[in-house]
Design a protein around this ligand. Structure first.
Ligand SMILES: [Zn+2]
Ligand SMILES: [Zn+2]
Length: 342
């Protein structure tokens, strides 16, 4: 099969991914072999390539927003039929026994294995998945549309849930890429009386236009004052500055959820200038979102279909993975980048 491998940690600018020919993987017990048709391109790949969340072994096949069809089943696999369309996300497997797993917080399991980091992912013609960690995809979505739902959508949905938003609350979204452009649609649908304010990097005209088109009540640059204080906010960026600016704009008792697997190193001049009295006092909270649980995917995919979320997709060929990741790094993908495979 054709596959794109990451041979070592390197700079994204070096275009390190290599097209190779590998044997088709064999599904193990209770696993399935999936013929991949689409795989989304996610910021986490940038973190893996540069070593901020390094794969434990090389080479590795990246990619964790996978849509494909079941081609073969391993021993004991019985949940899906051959030919079924399934989605695979960041959660590849967990232990199933620890207190986190038992309490429904499997995303926090110490044995959490990630697709495309700890196990080979979807930048390839085939991949394998434990059947318990694959999801049916609602018919409404094409393969390309469904791919970004599986990470950008699902983790964004988890972040929105963790903000504790109620209808009528003001919501701030910092950064407006693949995840935020879907989550604004969920917020507008579930919380019709809430105002959504979108903050982007200065001059990101295309992202700002997209935000307005999707119903943002106000759009500005990070650091500008929104029309009202924020009751809750999600920071989708890899930068430090939005944390400070979000907390400055936060109403008392407000909560910021940081949806980023890693943050860039702090600026020497310290962009992290949180002021206790102004930014933290009066029961304001900062919380991160880590990974996803299966329930997030199981809840989000039908909701996305019900809302008719239309992910805006920029299509690339499998061979163009390096270019797609570079554009993502530069903030030049409008919506979500997806590799079309096969
Ligand atoms: Zn992702
Ligand atoms: Zn566990």
């Amino acid at each position: 099969m054709k596959a794109i491998i990451l041979p070592r940690i390197s700079d994204v600018e070096e275009k390190p991914l290599q097209l190779v020919d590998l044997p088709k993987p064999e599904p193990g017990s209770k696993e399935m072999l999936v013929k991949v048709s689409a795989c989304g391109v996610c910021h986490t790949e940038l973190d893996e390539i540069t070593g901020r969340t390094p794969p434990p072994e090389f080479p590795i096949i990246l990619g964790h927003e996978i849509v494909g069809r079941v081609e073969k089943k391993g021993k004991g696999a019985g949940k899906f039929k051959i030919g079924d369309r399934v989605g695979i996300g960041w959660i590849h497997s967990t232990c199933g026994r620890c207190s986190f797993c038992r309490d429904g917080n499997e995303n926090l399991c110490e044995k959490f294995l990630a697709t495309g980091r700890d196990a080979n992912g979807g930048y390839a013609e085939y991949t394998t998945v434990p059947e318990d960690f694959a999801y049916p995809i609602p018919e409404k979505f094409s393969d390309l549309e469904a791919a970004p739902l599986l990470c950008a959508g699902v983790v964004g949905y988890r972040a929105l849930r963790l903000t504790n938003i109620k209808d009528g609350d003001t919501l701030g979204l910092f950064g407006f890429g693949a995840s935020a452009h879907m989550i604004i649609q969920v917020a507008k649908y579930k919380y019709p009386n809430s105002k959504v304010y979108v903050f982007t990097r200065e001059g990101q005209k295309e992202h700002q236009e997209l935000a307005r088109g999707l119903g943002a009540d106000w759009v500005g640059a990070t650091g500008e004052d929104p029309p009202q204080k924020l009751n809750c906010a999600i920071d989708f960026t890899p930068a430090w500055n939005p944390i400070v600016e979000a907390m400055k704009a936060m109403e008392r008792n407000g909560r910021l959820v940081i949806n980023a697997i890693r943050k860039e190193d702090r600026d020497k001049n310290s962009l992290l200038k949180l002021d206790y009295a102004r930014d933290i006092w009066l029961e304001k909270e900062i919380k991160s979102v880590a990974n996803v649980s299966r329930k997030d995917a199981v809840d989000f995919l039908p909701l996305a279909a019900e809302i008719s979320i239309r992910p805006k997709v920029q299509e690339f060929k499998l061979e163009e993975a390096n270019e797609a990741l570079l554009l993502l790094l530069q903030g030049k993908i409008n919506g979500a980048g997806v590799l079309k495979i096969g």
